[in-house]
Write a protein that binds this ligand. Structure first.
Ligand code: NDP
Length: 286
């Protein structure tokens, strides 16, 4: 029996299996497209022909496929095995899979990888896990090969909540950067020259997040030097400048819309953090 099986050898699954091999573990691998296992077999992994074989080859099986539909296609019951699902999933998909696993006498850990493949196995990587706490402790040594282990609770969907929340923040940042880059190019400047200023500005603005987080948790949005009313007046300028430059405004319109709605709903004097309340409660009339 191997120490661990890895199912799915795309960019991420291959990095995960590689980190386990680097850690000296006996690793069984499986991938739908057989050729992708070859580099790992050359490094000492054992390849098996079917997903069912892989799930029975070790006490713990790490699954990392494109999405939940793919996971559902390949899963087979393997009583006694701990299933660690590192496939990007919704919380509900993880909960349903945990129920399925329980029905197969398997234990389940949902996971969310906060890393890109080259970061796996380095101190920069971390992975959220949720689900069976005993299984996590039993396999902690293996899981630490990927990066920091962040156990976030017994609800199998909790890791996905946090994974998707962090990805949401990331896409907000990238979306903002991409629109800014288009605006800079339309203004006749190379993005490379302005990027250091953007990075410095984003870093400075990230410093506001702890206070915003506290305001969102407490519901008290009164402390601010940059009230929503001021921001709602300034925001249309970036939309106008974008339109004048012939840019699509799809990435930046929703924030302007929400700012105007917040003012209309009587939150003009509040901090920007109030927008989180408005999103959550659906209090702003559409
Ligand atoms: P890839 O596209 O590189 O690999 C996808 C994997 O899924 C391949 O092994 C592919 O097999 C397999 N697959 C897809 N559909 C099926 C199916 N129907 N049946 C069996 N196998 C299937 O993706 P990544 O490895 O990059 O991503 C894997 C997961 O990791 C995703 O959920 C992703 O969101 C997550 N992730 C990825 C990160 C990244 O930066 N790459 C970062 C953090 C998380 P085949 O080779 O046969 O096509």
């Amino acid at each position: 029996m191997s120490d661990v099986a890895v199912l799915g050898l795309g960019a991420m699954g291959s990095a995960l299996a590689g980190a386990l091999l680097d850690g000296g573990h006996a690793v069984t691998v499986w991938n739908r497209t057989v050729d992708r296992a070859a580099p790992l077999v050359a490094r000492g992994a054992s390849a098996v022909a079917t997903a069912a074989d892989a799930l029975r080859a070790a006490p713990v099986a790490v699954v990392c496929l494109t999405n939940d539909a793919a996971v559902r296609e390949i899963l087979a019951g393997a009583p006694g095995t701990t299933l660690v699902n590192l496939t990007n999933s919704t919380p509900e998909q993880d909960r349903n899979l945990a129920d399925w696993a329980a029905g197969q006498q398997m234990t389940y850990l949902g996971g969310g990888i906060m890393a890109v493949p080259p970061m796996i196995g380095t101190p920069a990587a971390s992975v959220f896990y949720s689900g069976d706490a005993d299984a996590l402790e039993r396999h902690r040594g293996l899981l630490e090969r990927f990066g920091r282990v962040d156990y976030v609770g017994a609800d199998p969907g909790r890791a996905a909540v946090l994974d998707l929340a962090l990805l949401t923040a990331m896409y907000g940042m990238f979306g903002g950067f991409l629109h800014a880059a288009a605006l800079i190019r339309a203004g006749g400047l190379p993005v490379v020259g302005v990027e250091p200023a953007i990075t410095a500005w984003l870093t400075a603005m990230a410093g506001a997040l702890p206070e915003m987080a506290a305001a969102i948790d407490s519901g008290d949005h009164s402390e601010t030097t940059s009230a929503v009313r001021m921001q709602a007046l300034a925001y249309p300028h970036l939309l106008e400048a974008s339109r004048e430059s012939g840019l699509r405004t799809a990435l930046v319109e929703p924030m302007g819309d929400l700012l105007s709605r917040a003012v209309a709903a009587g939150h003009g004097d509040a901090d920007l953090s109030v927008l989180a309340d408005l999103l959550r409660d659906g209090r702003v009339p559409s």
